[in-house]
Design a protein around this ligand. Structure first.
Ligand code: PLP
Length: 618
């Protein structure tokens, strides 16, 4: 806590006058704070007492010289190590948060500049922080120094009456609520009735409500931050396999691209080339994350497009490859519905069965593979259960039958969460979407191995090597590359954290609800936890926990609006009672352990209530 503030100035009388009265003067006389002013001019070594000189760069004005300031700082510090602030319009904006930070420093020194400022070498040698009162220029640093010293001093315990500094404007994110004093009515104007009610709870609610209203009206910039924090602090979002909250860094990257790189990457002028450069760099970053080369990455609008394109585009471009399409029986609709479309168009589609963990049965795969098989598509991580498919093994088995069989994998739920390497997995194509890893919606990519032919779904201006026409979504792609690099660079760290979150849910649920049935196997991807409460309906559980701010989903979000039972859980052999009571809890590394603990306990409490009601009805 600050005990001493030294102000170094050419005008000490000005500063001293300000602190002769009122609260700060009382704090000094009570010994709560030592406040001293020091005349820099006393430290000059020239006869004229000159503290300034002309700037080397020419131009008007004078610059405060190094020597007197340096000597003044050294003499005043006298062996102590004060935290030294220089007040200037170039500094970081001073605000209540900064004041709360600075009051933690025991010994503060504030240097007031004048004229054209101080010799730059003073800043390099002595200054810990440059602070500004705002984007305007004053005649000198004295007034800001006084304002800063006043603001810090009133935060020192004992200087103000207890509690006064806690609820005022800028102590949190809200401006202070309206204040009234006696009389209760003057010139026909009455104070709000609630303030005379004596109901403290109601008065507190009124204070929050009016503080919110006036912040929204007077400082919408502050209100936006407050609202975001309020929403986030009351939201326990565990539906991250459906989509994730876009990362703030991604939003900033996208805004920069929107503002400065709005040229069309196909244009030949400078702005087009700049946009093209950004596109190339994003493609390189994305390619590196899966060990591919840039020419193997094609940007799309989503993974649904990538999956459609992989299957339909491959079959169209390779008519002699065969008529048989193999997919697992647990694919996402963007694959299974594409397969259904192909089936209507004369292809023979076969669904590969899975075991009770959801893993493709390798013997069934072997027997399904025929010389007529053109493509095998199996997702890497199941979106409903987190089951990890052995893609490398599946690819090896298929390629052993016929090396020309194309292998595709939907890696939407594994990318950025588990290692995904096109080469190591042995796939010819793989699909990814940005919005599952805190990237933007409306961007995905399809990896197509060099040498694999694929026909376009969209024809037009010839973008993406004439295979996916349409002006590229550069802001989305830039945002995607940013988060892809971050997520893929921290796979292990994030995975370890998410495993702990997953464990918290597993332990609390199994301990609290004996009848619960954990569907996800422990060797699966920790980002998804499927759990069933047999006898209950998942939609009812979902809506009950939502009332407490907890968000989970029923099966996979993309298919949850459909009335059919989950094909994945059905394929795994679960009975309807278990399927109907299955909720999906899905994680992000941004979830905290506290959130996990709260959400797991809310789920258990609601499930107990629902079981209780069910019993009551019987
Ligand atoms: N594949 C899987 C496994 C998914 O979970 C999803 C979305 O939930 C998709 C594909 C579709 O992705 P997009 O929303 O980008 O079309």
């Amino acid at each position: 806590m600050t005990k001493k503030i030294d102000i170094l100035t050419l005008f000490p009388n000005m500063v001293n006058a300000a602190f002769q009265e009122s609260i700060i003067a009382r704090a000094v006389s009570k010994g709560l704070l030592e406040l001293n002013c020091h005349q820099i001019r006393q430290y000059t070594t020239n006869k004229q007492g000159k503290v300034d000189d002309y700037p080397y760069s020419g131009g008007p004005g004078l610059v405060m010289a190094y020597q007197p300031i340096a000597d003044c700082i050294r003499s005043v510090s006298a062996g102590d190590k004060p935290y030294i602030i220089y007040v200037s319009p170039q500094g970081k904006p001073f605000n209540q948060k900064k004041a709360q930070e600075l009051v933690q420093k025991e010994n503060l020194m504030i240097l007031c500049g004048h004229y054209e400022g101080v010799d730059e070498r003073v800043l390099e040698e002595f200054i810990d922080e440059e602070v500004s009162l705002g984007d305007f220029v004053l005649t000198g640093g004295e007034i800001p120094a006084m304002a800063i010293a006043d603001c810090i001093a009133r935060l020192i315990p004992g200087v103000l009456a207890e509690g006064s500094a806690e609820k005022e404007s800028h102590s949190g994110l809200l401006l202070e609520y309206p204040q009234y004093t006696r009389p209760a009515e003057i010139e026909g104007k009455k104070i709000p009735e609630i303030l005379l009610s004596g109901k403290h709870d109601e008065i507190e609610k009124w204070q929050v409500k009016t503080a919110e209203e006036r912040t929204k009206r007077k400082r919408p910039d502050l209100y936006e931050i407050y609202e975001e924090q309020k929403v986030n602090s009351q939201t326990y979002y565990f539906d991250n396999s459906a989509t994730t909250r876009q990362d703030d860094g991604v939003t900033e990257e996208m805004c920069r691209t929107v503002k400065f790189l709005y040229g069309n990457p196909s244009s030949l002028h400078h702005m087009g080339l700049e946009a093209e450069r950004k596109l190339t760099s994003a493609r390189k970053i994305i390619a590196e994350t899966i060990g591919a080369s840039e020419k193997e990455i094609y940007f799309t609008a989503c993974a649904t497009e990538s999956n459609n394109w992989a299957l339909r585009g491959y079959l169209e471009a390779n008519p002699r490859a065969g008529r048989k399409v193999l997919i697992s029986s647990t694919e996402h609709p963007s694959v299974s519905e594409t397969a259904a479309f192909l089936s209507k168009n004369g292809y023979q589609v076969e669904l590969l069965t899975v075991d009770n963990k959801g893993i493709v049965d390798m013997d069934k795969l072997r027997s399904a593979l025929t010389p007529d098989t053109a493509i095998v598509s199996v997702m890497h991580v199941n979106s409903e259960t987190g089951t990890i498919q052995p893609i490398k093994e599946i690819s090896s088995i298929a390629k052993a039958v016929n090396p020309n069989i194309a292998v595709h994998s939907d890696c939407v739920q594994s990318y950025g969460k588990l290692p995904v390497s096109a080469k190591l997995m042995g796939v010819d194509m793989l699909s990814v979407s940005a919005h599952k890893i805190h990237g933007p919606r409306g961007v995905g990519f399809l990896y197509v191995k060099d040498g694999i032919r694929i026909a376009p779904l969209l024809c037009g201006g010839g973008q993406e090597k004439a295979l996916r026409s349409g002006t590229e979504n550069l802001p989305g792609i830039a945002g995607f590359a940013k988060i892809a690099k971050e997520a893929c660079g921290k796979l292990e760290e994030h995975n370890k954290h998410v495993k702990e979150l997953n464990k918290i849910f597993r332990e609390i649920i199994t301990e609290e609800i004996r009848s619960s049935n954990i569907i996800s196997n422990e060797e699966g991807c920790p980002y998804v936890l499927s759990v069933s409460f047999p006898g209950l309906r998942a939609e009812v559980i979902q809506h009950s926990v939502e009332q407490k701010g907890v968000y989970v989903s029923v099966g996979s979000a993309c298919s949850s609006h459909k009335k059919d039972r989950s094909p994945t859980l059905t394929a795994m052999g679960y009975n309807n009672n278990i399927i109907d009571g299955a909720i999906r809890i899905s994680f992000t590394y941004q979830n905290t352990k506290e959130q996990a603990d709260y959400a797991a306990r809310v789920i258990c409490a609601e499930v107990k209530k629902l079981y209780g009601r069910r019993k009551g009805r019987k």
